[in-house]
Design a protein around this ligand. Structure first.
Ligand code: MBD
Ligand code: FE
Length: 281
């Protein structure tokens, strides 16, 4: 695991900001709903300010910090680490399939499709322990779904995500791929086990964390998006049982149902089975 060479917040952050900006989003929120939400947010914020007697110095520091987060391109990072888990929990409350988790700032659509079984694109000398990750995608009735899509992306063992490496030269689709399940709904992926991950903290997000004496660590994780025609897209993450930071994720994105416990297979390679259950749309 790397503890020193991590992507700079400015480098990976501005790449995430640029990618997000390139894809304009909208929502059909009514004026009534917008009014209700903004009033509640400000009322609750006001309560916190009174409760803690927030000072003018603190207010000015907040203003300065908010400006710096924007200037440094760190909004995707800060928001996905500190706020997204509330959105995800709230949105997924009514679903009964596999649990979701946050997407984070480093997803890229349209990664190469490798069929139902394959090895993640990786460099010849990719560091890390091999992992065979396989399973079945099913509907709520337990039937395997043929042609379900399993997208997987994760960091390398130094904590870098391809396309967010601030010019390090990691190949474009390194450790990113799409799989399509076979006739029985099965997939099988060979990859490397990611290491615990420090979010970039050399910028204002790091200042924020230092201000309350926190840590910037996330447990080692795999990011996934799984879907099929007529099924709800599930965005989730998988962690490793007993791994460092599983109980203390800076992004608050671990759920007990989302941990893996790989064991050596007949060939001596760590292997784990994880089945996905998709809700109907
Ligand atoms: C990550 O890799 C991540 O998963 C999250 C949530 C935030 C920053 C970097
Ligand atoms: Fe991540």
């Amino acid at each position: 695991m790397s503890t020193t060479a991590i992507p700079s917040a400015a480098g990976s952050g501005s790449a995430a900001t640029d990618k997000f900006k390139g894809n304009r989003v909208s929502s059909d929120t009514s004026k009534e709903r917008a009014a209700a939400i903004y009033k509640d947010v400000l009322t609750k914020l006001g309560e916190v300010i009174f409760e803690h007697e927030v000072t003018y110095a603190e207010y000015r520091v907040l203003k300065q910090w908010l400006i710096e987060i924007g200037d440094g391109g760190e909004w995707p990072l800060w928001l996905d680490v500190f706020l997204e888990h509330f959105i995800e929990d709230s949105n997924s409350r009514i679903f009964t399939g596999t649990k979701g988790s946050i997407e984070g700032p480093y997803y890229v659509p349209d990664a190469p499709n490798l069929g139902s079984k394959g090895t993640m694109p990786m460099r010849e000398d990719e560091k890390g322990t091999a992992l065979v990750f396989k399973g079945q995608v099913r509907d709520l009735d337990g039937a395997g779904i043929e042609g379900a899509t399993v997208e997987l992306w994760h960091a390398d063992s130094d904590g870098y995500y391809s396309q967010f490496d601030a010019g390090l030269g990691i190949p474009e689709w390194n450790l990113r791929a799409t799989f399509s399940t076979d006739a029985e709904g099965n997939y099988e992926i060979t990859t490397i086990q990611p290491a615990p991950y420090q979010i970039p903290h050399d910028g204002p997000t790091g200042e924020f964390i230092a201000s309350y004496d926190g840590h910037p660590w996330r447990p080692a994780h795999l990011h996934l998006k799984v879907t099929a025609p007529g099924k709800r897209l599930i965005t989730t993450q998988l962690y490793f049982q007993g791994g460092q930071w599983v109980d203390d994720d800076v992004a608050g994105a671990v759920k007990p149902e989302l941990t893996l416990d790989p064991k050596p297979n007949a060939a001596g390679v760590d292997e784990v089975t994880y089945d996905f259950v998709l809700d109907p749309v």
